[in-house]
Design a protein around this ligand. Structure first.
Ligand code: NAG
Ligand code: NAG
Ligand code: NAG
Ligand code: ZN
Ligand code: ZN
Length: 438
């Protein structure tokens, strides 16, 4: 009892002692949203986003996008490292020394033909920014422009990560492997979300996006005349049973409360109506919310494909395509960073603008940063409720309402500066804990 009181007293003292510096610092970050809405930043972000949208580049080919980013950083007198991971750019704002906090934007487009008719439609046939990465880049540059104006107040360094190849290409892992983030103690990233209204954000602590893996299997038998199956070893019947057996990995072997997916999305082979083919190729993807579950599924997929094929006298090989489509771990949000995010987002946008995300079975290669350093990924609303546009990412009709850009820029800038200020003042990332004690 007495001990608890003593602790409370210390807390009270610490809280008040820290108040003047803290309120000074939080007041400058609370202006970030207004700043980001000023034409000087807003129009500039819109312009950058449109330029990138018109010239979409696929993963590791983001040469013009990267050049545009570098030229804007140069104009803002922000030093950067280039190239990092082929086309990546890593910029620095602040003291240049520890502590370091990173903000990430991905730069790549998708091999999709844009079907939205507007003035700044993609000028490259068959390529489109259909995942909003053009907006991600513009918002991170917006944050840079806000932060550079307050550089003297930042007690540490904000590291701006413009990453290539997010769309299944392992760009985040390449950035980590380059060593560019070796002294960074936390990283934040956002993704636009057309189901959330503009001005709102959502996220959760722990798992957010699933991990993803891919596989392809060749099931080989012996081809022959379709009328005389006894002289063949039929890979079609074998592969069909493989597909059915794979379904049981989720429905019969997995905890129903721990979500996983296994989809066979490809089934190919045979091209005549009277010929049994030599082999069948099947392939698909598997998703889960922990590395353990991913590894377990991977091992069982291999066993089931080979074992079930052998029941039908076929041989099978399974390839997990580690080179072509790197395995993506699940995103896992750090709990302390979640608390910081909650308080920053509530301060900036209002308490009813911050919600809790559902788990998403899609994957995000931000997860690769989180395997190396504490990281936090959240979703930013881009839905304009007065406009009926709900195309989801990776859809040729996908649009981004540019009015969302200031919110992304402001929260990026605010997360980074609040993180560094908290570290600097030796405060825990969560100030609510003090209020509870008080
Ligand atoms: C990280 O810190 C160490 C020690 O201060 C330094 O030698 C190294 O260059 C830093 N790495 C990066 C990428 O800044
Ligand atoms: C399977 O592999 C074994 C060993 O290599 C081989 O002897 C057999 O002919 C193969 N069977 C089929 C159906 O390809
Ligand atoms: C939604 O779109 C309308 C029409 O383009 C625009 O006037 C309005 O500002 C937008 N709303 C938000 C919240 O951005
Ligand atoms: Zn995408
Ligand atoms: Zn994306």
């Amino acid at each position: 009892m007495g001990f608890a009181k003593w602790v409370n007293l210390l807390m009270v003292f610490h809280f008040f002692a820290a108040t003047p510096i803290f309120s000074h610092s939080s007041s400058f970050t609370s202006k970030f949203l207004d700043l980001a809405k000023e034409p000087e930043i807003f129009d500039w972000m819109v312009d950058i986003r449109r330029k990138i949208h018109e010239n979409p580049e696929l993963g590791y080919e983001e040469f013009e996008t990267s050049k545009l980013i570098r030229s804007e950083l140069t104009k803002l007198s922000i030093p950067y490292k280039y190239p990092v991971a082929v086309t990546g750019v890593v910029g620095f704002i602040g003291t240049g020394s520890s502590p370091f906090v990173a903000l990430r934007a991905d730069m790549d487009a998708l091999p999709i033909q844009e079907l939205v008719e507007w003035e700044h439609k993609s000028k490259v046939a068959g390529k489109m920014h259909a995942c909003g990465h053009d907006a991600h880049v513009a918002m991170l540059l917006g944050a840079a422009k806000i932060l550079i104006a307050h550089e003297k107040e930042i007690p540490g360094t904000v590291v701006l990560v413009f990453q290539p190849g997010e769309e299944g290409l392992g760009g985040a892992k390449k950035i980590i492997d380059s060593g560019a983030l070796e002294n960074v103690s936390a990283i934040f990233g956002l993704h636009v979300d057309p189901t959330l209204p503009i001005g709102e954000v959502s996220s959760r602590s722990g798992p957010l996006f699933a991990g993803s893996g891919f596989f392809e299997a060749i099931i080989s038998g012996k081809g022959g005349h379709a009328a005389m199956p006894q002289y063949s070893i039929d890979p079609i019947v074998a592969a069909s049973n493989v597909v059915l057996s794979l379904q049981h990995l989720i429905s019969r072997e997995s905890d129903p409360l721990d979500s996983k997916v296994l989809t066979v999305a490809k089934f190919g082979g045979g091209d005549a109506l009277n010929v049994i083919p030599d082999s069948i190729t099947i392939g698909g993807t598997f998703r889960a919310f922990s590395r353990e579950n991913m590894m377990h599924l991977k091992q069982r997929i291999k066993q089931v494909v080979i074992g079930q094929a052998s029941v039908y006298r076929c041989n099978a090989t399974v390839n997990f395509l580690d080179e072509e489509i790197p395995y993506m771990p699940p995103t896992f949000n750090n709990d302390e960073l979640h608390e910081l995010f909650q308080s920053v987002a509530v301060n900036l946008f209002g308490v009813n603008k911050v919600s809790s995300s559902e788990l998403v079975m899609a994957s995000e290669d931000f997860a690769s940063y989180q395997e190396a350093i504490p990281g936090y990924m959240f979703l930013l609303g881009i839905r304009n409720i007065s406009v009926k546009s709900l195309a989801i990412p990776h859809n040729p009709h996908f649009t981004v309402d540019e009015d969302a850009l200031p919110y992304g820029a402001a929260i990026h800038a605010s997360l980074a500066s609040n993180y560094l200020l908290k570290l600097h003042q030796n405060l825990p990332l969560v100030e609510e804990k003090y209020n509870d004690e008080l």
